[in-house]
Design a protein around this ligand. Structure first.
Ligand code: UFG
Length: 337
């Protein structure tokens, strides 16, 4: 029996694949390489010493999905495939709704056709949005999304919940906070196309001299040092949460929404200073205007993950800074594309 990881060559998916293999699951990956490269799979195999069956497939295609589910004994699906750039989603909303919703719906339909129950979904803390006071708990009324990307996450959650209500699907919807870091081997990590939108890849690229300086988007937020506060979580901790979600679904029917965060907030300046201290490298930075759509502070209550999955984040902000830099130093141009 295998676990299908859609988007398995991406930042999240590749780390999930490592943790699944380390936990002795067989892994099948489906990825269309729109925002990832096949090389990442080779690196996962190098880390684990195990093979992955890989399909260069688009999971919005019923035919491709049928082939994957027929050629493999799939036990459950971890659905990481999708577009994820917030700014791009504002410029190309229809593309985001089409790709993200179609891939999720087609995957769930294929699961139904082939009698596969377990669906783990890469959701996001962005679904809480403006409506909810921090810290976020899973029972808050989500749906305050500020961009189409966030709405696709919200809608896919709804779709998966309704699918679970038919009794044919079990779903664990994981709301990620801010995943950063990289596998400690430095063989896999985050490799954004073009200029990074997110903070840690930008810091790492400044550290290796690929960018001149970091712009800090606003220092007049109502936070202790005025810069935005987020709940950064090491991608390896996050990936382990997916393995535990698979275990959980062996014993439980229905659906659950679960935050994956540390429960601690870190400001932009704190993260920059931690990176400089841990890696002994300067990060030149300037303060600029706030970025539209950004919230002052976001962090999780992570109790439900502990209660249901037995999961807690173990790695620190220092570990995240060390591992992000290690990956970037070893791969200054990412996977080289
Ligand atoms: N920031 C900077 N400079 C940068 C990039 C980011 O100062 O160059 C700041 C942001 O203003 C924010 C913090 O760093 O305060 C974190 O920003 P990121 O872009 O790394 O992360 P976000 O919290 O904005 O993004 C996260 C997820 C997305 C999700 C989004 C919703 O990564 O998937 O929350 O707002 F959609």
């Amino acid at each position: 029996m295998s676990i299908l990881v859609t988007g398995g060559a991406g930042f999240l998916g590749s780390h999930v694949a490592v943790e699944l293999l380390e936990a002795d699951y067989d892994v099948v990956v489906a990825d269309n390489y729109v925002n990832s490269v096949p090389k990442a799979i080779g690196r996962v195999e190098e880390i684990t010493g195990k093979k992955i069956k890989t399909y260069g497939a688009d999971v919005s295609s019923d035919e491709e999905l049928d082939r994957i589910f027929t050629e493999n004994e799939i036990e459950a699906v971890i659905h990481c495939a999708g577009l994820k750039a917030v700014g791009e989603s504002v410029e190309k909303p229809l593309l985001y709704y089409k790709v993200n919703l179609e891939t999720a719906i087609a995957t769930l339909q294929a699961m139904e056709r082939h009698g596969v129950r377990g669906f783990v979904f890469s959701s996001s803390a962005t679904v809480y949005g403006e409506n909810c006071p921090v810290p976020y708990t899973e029972d808050m009324p989500a749906g305050g999304c500020t961009n189409p990307y966030g709405w696709t996450k919200y809608m896919i959650e709804r779709i998966a919940i309704d699918a679970a209500k038919t009794g044919k699907i079990d779903a664990v919807l994981l709301r990620y906070f801010n995943p950063i870091g990289a596998h400690p081997s430095g063989l896999i990590g985050e490799d954004p196309a073009g200029i990074p939108n997110n903070l840690m890849p930008y810091i790492s690229q400044v550290a290796v001299g690929r960018r001149e300086k970091l712009s800090i988007f606003g220092d007049d937020y109502p936070t202790p040092d005025g810069t935005g506060v987020r709940d950064y979580i090491h991608v390896v901790d996050l990936a382990k949460g997916h393995v535990l979600a698979i275990e959980y679904m062996k014993e439980h029917r229905g659906y659950e929404i679960i935050n994956l965060g540390t429960g601690r907030g870190t400001s932009v300046l704190e993260l920059v200073h931690a990176f400089e201290r841990v890696n002994n490298v300067p990060i030149p930075h300037v303060i600029t205007e706030r970025r539209a759509g950004d919230l002052a502070e976001v962090w999780a209550v992570a109790d439900k993950a502990r209660r249901l999955l037995g999961w807690t984040a173990e790695l620190t902000v220092e570990d995240m800074c060390r591992d992000s830099y290690n990956w970037q130093k070893k791969n200054p141009n990412g996977y080289g594309n």
